[in-house]
Design a protein around this ligand. Structure first.
Ligand code: IVH
Length: 673
């Protein structure tokens, strides 16, 4: 009797779940609900009541399980099987025409290229892993290689399917990695901010910040209370499906249960892309969510594979960004700043305004000519624009707002910081302070040297560098390696623990890849990308030092300007001396050796316990130099768990899921040591 009651109950619960999943799909994916909201809510309440009464019937994939899980202490990290790349940006039709031209050239064809174009959503990129149709992991983009695991949070978003369904005979892949943008609609954002104001909480600046903040909650119950949505736009690794094009993939994803933006325009040629952009410019403010441009993707996967990607972005896709947001405000003052290379840049101080969600109180005026050309005076009302992450700039003066009290600005006759003389740069546009020991230049050079993408000295941030230079404790790069806890502890707001951390970070930074080292030197025209090209060409710092201008010019991606700049840099005695002084502090510039890179190329490693021969940071750098990646937690994607002494719980997890466990000696062998 009991048994038959149980099976009847199980059937009722299963039917309710299936029905609710179906209505979810009709509502979110097809945008075509079959039942009223009230009817849906009634079924949901019935299911909740049954699951409460019979807790044994609860199931993690139930449609009721969107209310959040117990809070976490911290987020685990996970390596993306395929990196989550970024997109190159275009700002006008010419950029897109050039993109199309480049693609045809690379493919060696004159035929029209077929694209799929999509709204570029302004939210947070997330990757979802489905194993045999069940959502198992969701992670943020992170640095593109490793993301933060936010599965419990992602499960609370109603438009994220928890279980995939076999519709239209599409087999459920054993592994499916899908990517999409989590965002907050304008209505939801307004409601959330009103609620926050009512509770005396600071409002979010814009829907993107609100979405990012909501997704990174350790307590998923908070995420569950936030109006998050998602559109899916791509894939990572997918098994068992034969996928030929981007659009066909999106259609398959939709049939499996993934919500897709209805405005996506499939299979269009270049002209169609440009028309589509204009259509979206017209309708962007009528949409219920923010978009900041159009993403254009070559539709055919075989073409995508042929075109490939750089380390940063695919060559088969581009974002065509909308024009920047603009607002008017008043210039209260003009200050002259001295940069890393001594160039004097006038900067406008503004009455603070909110442009497209960000507070702006300064804008670059570029140089003296620009101020003259735009006729900007102190006291003027000006139109200021902000485009993405770049520094805001003054577009023009609103002449009708002039009162006659505005003051003309004049560039100083000497350096405003060290009072040395200034000279015109080669292009005549800018002035440059001639004193390379100018404290402003020294500060900017050292900030760059220590920054995240160069020596990555954690804790040695801009404010600290400024204090150290002002106190006469830092004059050169090499001085960084003289800093000790005693010296640091004398500074304002510096406790002994922070001082110790900085000294440790300095020590750890001493093992550096060639690309980072070259970038850190701050050679004019040598950004991160060129530094990477130089490093992979020359492999060792010795080879790079020995290169002639002709050797440099011969490199693909290094033009005569860069070649001359590098050669000039090494010709200057003071630069050579500065490098010798750094090297004398035991800096090891790691070889960019492709042969060594072989063993760990594209391998994901996790570290646990204490290593005997290297710190964790050194191990991470060595692994990365050898082409591998270090993830924070063990998953099925992990290739090796490196176990030192006193390993933690990661060892058991690796053992349980069959990840290969190696010791430090094996790691050294793999590193080719
Ligand atoms: S495709 C390699 N499609 O834009 C392809 N991205 O700037 C990269 N984004 O991190 C992703 N809408 O967060 C793609 N329809 C769309 C998108 C989109 C927004 C975001 C995404 C990505 C960023 C790259």
């Amino acid at each position: 009797m009991q048994k038959s009651l149980d099976s009847a109950l199980i059937k009722i619960v299963e039917d309710l779940r299936r029905t609710l999943h179906k209505h979810n799909y009709r509502y979110y994916v097809l945008d075509d609900p079959e039942v009223s909201d009230a009817e849906y809510d009634r079924m949901m309440q019935e299911l909740i009541a049954l699951e409460n009464e019979f807790p044994d019937l609860s199931h993690p994939d139930s449609p009721t399980s969107r209310v959040g899980a117990p809070p976490l202490d911290r987020f685990e990290t996970v390596a993306h099987t395929l990196p989550m790349l970024s997109l190159d940006n275009g700002f006008n039709d010419e950029d897109i025409i050039e993109f199309d031209r480049r693609i045809k050239k690379n493919l060696g064809t004159d035929d029209e290229i077929i694209y799929t174009a999509e709204p570029k959503l302004d939210g947070v990129a997330v990757e979802f892993v489905y194993e045999n149709g069940r959502l198992t992991t969701a992670s943020t983009r992170g640095d593109g290689i490793n993301g933060e695991v936010i599965t419990s949070n992602a499960r609370t978003i109603r438009s994220v399917p928890l279980l995939l369904e076999n519709r239209k005979n599409i087999p459920i892949p054993s592994r499916l990695e899908v990517r999409g943008e989590v965002f907050m609609g304008r209505e939801g954002f307004k409601r959330l901010n009103n609620e926050r104001l009512n509770h005396n909480l600071p409002p979010f600046a814009n829907p993107r910040n609100a979405a990012a903040g909501s997704l990174r909650q350790l307590d998923s119950k908070i995420t569950a209370s936030r109006p998050l949505e998602i559109f899916f736009y791509g894939i990572g690794v997918v098994t068992d499906l034969d996928l030929e094009s981007h659009w066909d993939t999106l259609v398959i994803l939709k049939n499996l249960g993934f919500r897709m933006n209805p405005l996506i325009r499939a299979k269009i040629a270049l002209k169609g892309v440009l028309d589509y952009y204009r259509e979206l410019v017209e309708m962007r403010f009528q949409l219920p969510y923010d978009i900041d441009g159009v993403v254009i993707k070559v539709d055919s996967f075989s073409m995508q594979r042929f075109l490939g990607s750089t380390s940063r972005s695919p060559r088969w896709a581009m974002a065509y960004k909308f024009k920047a947001h603009q607002e008017t405000t008043r210039v209260t003052n003009i200050e002259v700043q001295v940069g890393r290379t001594g160039v004097l840049t006038p900067v406008a101080h503004l009455e603070t305004i909110n442009i497209g969600g960000a507070l702006v109180s300064r804008a670059t005026l570029h140089n003296e000519q620009e101020i003259k050309r735009k006729d900007i005076k102190i006291g003027d009302t000006v139109l200021v624009q902000r485009a993405g992450d770049v520094i805001p700039e003054v577009v023009k003066v609103i002449e009708s707002k002039r009162t006659g009290k505005e003051e003309i600005f004049k560039m100083p006759l000497g350096c405003p910081v060290c009072h040395s003389s200034v000279v015109r740069t080669e292009s005549e546009a800018a002035l440059r302070c001639v004193n390379s020991a100018c404290p402003a230049q020294v500060k900017e050079r050292i900030k760059h040297f220590a920054s995240k993408r160069a020596f990555n000295i954690d804790g040695l941030g801009d404010k600290l560098v400024e204090q150290l230079v002002d106190k006469g404790l830092l004059h050169s790069y090499a001085d960084i390696f003289h800093l000790n806890e005693k010296t640091l502890a004398c500074l304002e707001r510096m406790g002994p623990k922070s001082a110790e951390n900085i000294v440790n970070a300095i020590e750890e930074s001493k093992q550096i890849t060639l690309a980072r080292f070259v970038f850190a030197l701050g050679i004019h025209h040598v950004g991160e990308h060129v530094a990477g090209t130089l490093a992979s060409t020359f492999e060792s710092f010795e080879n790079f030092l020995a290169a002639t201008t002709d050797d440099l010019k011969a490199i693909d991606g290094v033009g005569p300007v860069v070649a001359k700049s590098v050669a000039d840099f090494f010709q200057q005695d003071e630069n050579r001396k500065a490098i010798e002084a750094i090297i004398a502090h035991g800096i090891t510039v790691l070889r960019e050796d492709k042969k060594i890179g072989g063993a760990l190329k594209n391998k994901v490693l996790v570290l646990t316990g204490t290593l005997g021969n290297m710190t964790r940071a050194e191990a991470k750098k060595n692994i990365e130099t050898a082409g591998g990646r270090v993830a924070g937690s063990v998953s099925r994607n992990t290739d090796y768990l490196v176990a030192g002494t006193s390993p933690g719980s990661k060892l058991k997890r690796a053992h349980d899921i069959g990840v290969q466990i190696i010791d430090e000696k094996t790691l050294l062998e793999l590193l080719g040591d």
